[in-house]
Design a protein around this ligand. Structure first.
Ligand code: GAL
Length: 636
């Protein structure tokens, strides 16, 4: 598979006379893909049943004839206004019970059957009409499931579907009462019709109730997506993708991804730095125009796993965005760096969002590759530069990781449901481990908790995994590498109770978590020989050998036979030291990379990326600000 570039385009936003010139300029820039259609429902069907697809036929022809391959999106993220008259109750309700209104996008509830049927209908119309069109070379379902906080809905439709889901799962109210522990506070139910959604309770709802609602809500996304995929596959053999977002954890992307051919995500490094990352003011200032050095890479590795090896960036930030609290312009060179970093992590394609900046509506302040007056914006030249460079490194793919990091969406729901400390956040925990590994110069593979074969990796890390499914337990037990679990590993049963015998209950490791504590910012539990736990610390007992101890003498890291348990949340430097020692013991070579320098191995190449705004001299290399360097790997 060759690496390629593309762009997101909205033919319905521009006069038809402009399409041909736009297409020719895209091709001249070196772009191969154009994604269209994903918000065009009101132009495809201006009134119920009044279909106007001719313009889309022509747009696809113009783009395709120019030599572009089309990614066609289903328009289901933007139901037109008339849809609400047909289905007045199709909107999601927020946790306060307020209906979310019309006038932007993603205004639907995943559980509404009438809307699901409308989505099937419009998807079938598109699939029948374009399924065999030679220019339509890929599909995108909907747009960014979960963006704008749109997974959890407290609507009547969601309540009814949740009751059905519970009835299927538990078969009887008594079984549900037992599983949830409803004897507590007299919460027992006599029938499934009595069960509400877990919002608007006086104080916190039962965590088992919340956890089931989270599983159910995730499942609704999978079913919604699957409905479209089944139809598309009936009419087309082109691969199907969805464009996921950054740090969106409300549904299990692995489950949705299993139905798709390609995972893709929308990468907005500067928006994310400003909006979605816990980091010091100093860090945010240092990387203001470059984005965090690890945030994009984390998602590249995550979505490579979600796509089972096939993944794209469907939307790449090309200049300032409009939606973060502050929207700086990228440092010159960063659009190129972001693109190459995606390729180094195995992306098949990177598409820029968007072709031309729209002078109207919500995103008028969002840059495109062209300015609103059609002259080039700075991102265009960088896209063009990458297109030129691709000739020298055309093959997509990346090297197998030195370490595997297990990432589990259900653990994010579990610790959101019961954080026990205000800043215990699963993504934050995993991201800290990821960053520590990257600073040691490692290539990382992220793996799903359903992985059954971990034999490829010398080092397997699973921080914060709330519950160990049997399959993963077996994979961990047979994995020849070194496994580090904890904190909070296997701390709950699947029914959200504390297991007895006490966690983590790992085979061959006699250790039990006897007590846990969460720690407010500014406080720490010191370790013997230096280093600290922050946020979270556990008191463990048992006979497992102690590899590191706390200053108070309690074990901090225990382990034997290739399995270790970490009884706390180490501060970044402490974590780096622990992982470096582990790597040394395993014969994995590590580096000590400066804060803004990162690497990724891909095929015969090692890519170096300078995320800093200053030039960097390190290890005999000189990298300019936003520099990308490709060198032959010593041992491919
Ligand atoms: C994405 C979305 C695009 C556009 C973009 C702006 O989240 O998929 O449609 O809104 O953000 O940055």
């Amino acid at each position: 598979m060759k690496r390629s570039l593309g762009v997101c385009y909205y033919p319905e936003h521009w006069p038809e006379e402009q399409w041909r010139e736009d297409a020719a300029r895209m091709v001249a820039t070196g772009l191969n893909w154009v994604r269209i259609g994903e918000f065009a429902w009101s132009r495809l069907e201006p009134a119920p049943g009044r279909l106007e697809f001719d313009w889309l036929d022509r747009a696809i022809d113009v783009l395709g004839d120019a030599g572009l391959k089309v990614v066609l999106g289903t328009p289901t993220a933007t139901p037109p206004r008339w849809m609400l008259d047909r289905h007045p109750d199709m909107m999601a309700l927020d946790a306060q019970g307020c209906k979310r209104g019309f006038g932007s996008r993603r205004h639907y509830c995943f559980s509404h059957r009438g809307y699901l049927e409308e989505c099937r209908r419009i998807t079938a119309l598109l699939a029948e009409r374009y399924g065999k069109n030679p220019h339509v070379a890929a599909w995108q379902t909907d747009n960014e499931y979960g963006c704008h906080d749109t997974i959890l809905s407290y609507s009547d439709a969601a309540r009814a579907a949740f009751r059905d889901w519970l009835a299927q799962k538990y078969q009887s109210a008594q079984a549900l009462n037992r599983a949830w522990g409803n004897v507590f506070w007299s919460m027992e139910y006599a029938s499934f019709d009595q069960i509400d959604l877990p919002n608007l309770t006086v104080t916190e709802p039962n965590p088992a109730h919340v956890m089931d609602f989270r599983r159910f809500s995730s499942n609704q996304v999978m079913a919604f997506n699957r409905a479209q995929v089944e139809i598309l596959r009936r009419h087309s053999t082109a691969p199907i993708a969805h464009n996921y977002m950054g740090r969106t954890l409300e549904f299990d992307h692995f489950a949705v991804g299993a139905d798709l051919d390609i995972a893709s995500w929308d990468s907005y490094p500067l928006g994310f730095l400003s909006d979605r990352l816990e980091a010091s003011a100093e860090h945010k200032t240092r990387f203001l125009r470059q984005g965090d050095p690890d945030f994009q890479a984390f998602h590249h590795d995550l979505y490579r796993a979600v796509g089972r090896g096939r993944w794209w960036v469907m939307e790449q930030q090309p200049g300032p965005v409009n939606w973060a609290p502050y929207n700086p312009a990228p440092l010159p060179g960063m659009v190129r760096l972001w693109t190459w970093e995606a390729f180094a992590h195995g992306a098949e394609a990177v598409c820029y969002f968007r072709w031309r900046q729209a002078p109207f509506a919500q995103e008028q302040m969002h840059a495109g590759l062209l300015r609103p007056d059609s002259t080039p914006a700075p991102g265009l030249a960088e896209a063009e530069a990458v297109a030129g460079e691709l000739a020298e490194a055309p093959e997509a793919g990346c090297a197998s990781g030195d370490a595997a990091l297990v990432f589990d969406y259900a653990s994010a729901w579990a610790w959101e449901t019961q954080p026990q400390g205000a800043d215990f956040d699963y993504f934050r925990l995993c991201f800290a481990w990821y960053r520590a590994l990257r600073r040691l110069g490692l290539n990382i593979d992220i793996v799903s908790p359903d992985t059954t074969d971990l034999s490829r990796w010398k080092l397997v890390l699973a921080p914060g995994l709330w519950n160990l499914p049997e399959s993963l337990r077996a994979a961990l037990a047979t994995c020849p590498g070194n496994v580090i679990l904890g904190p909070r590993a296997n701390a709950k049963t699947a029914d959200f109770a504390i297991p007895v015998p006490l966690p983590p209950g790992l085979p061959g490791l006699d250790t039990r978590v006897a007590r846990v504590e969460s720690l407010p910012p500014g406080t720490a539990v010191p370790l013997k020989g230096g280093g600290v736990f922050r946020h979270w610390a556990e008191e463990v007992e048992g006979t497992a050998p102690v590899l590191r101890a706390r200053a108070d003498g309690l074990p901090a890291l225990v382990g034997a036979d290739g399995v270790q348990y970490l009884a706390g949340w180490p501060a970044p430097d402490t974590l780096r030291d622990i992982l470096r020692d582990t790597c040394a013991a395993l014969g994995i070579e590590t580096l000590d990379l400066p804060e803004g320098l990162r690497l990724r191995d891909a095929g015969p190449w090692r890519f170096w990326f300078n995320h800093d705004a200053q030039a960097l001299d390190w290890g005999g290399m000189h990298l300019p600000p936003a520099g990308v360097m490709r060198v032959a790997r010593q041992s491919p």
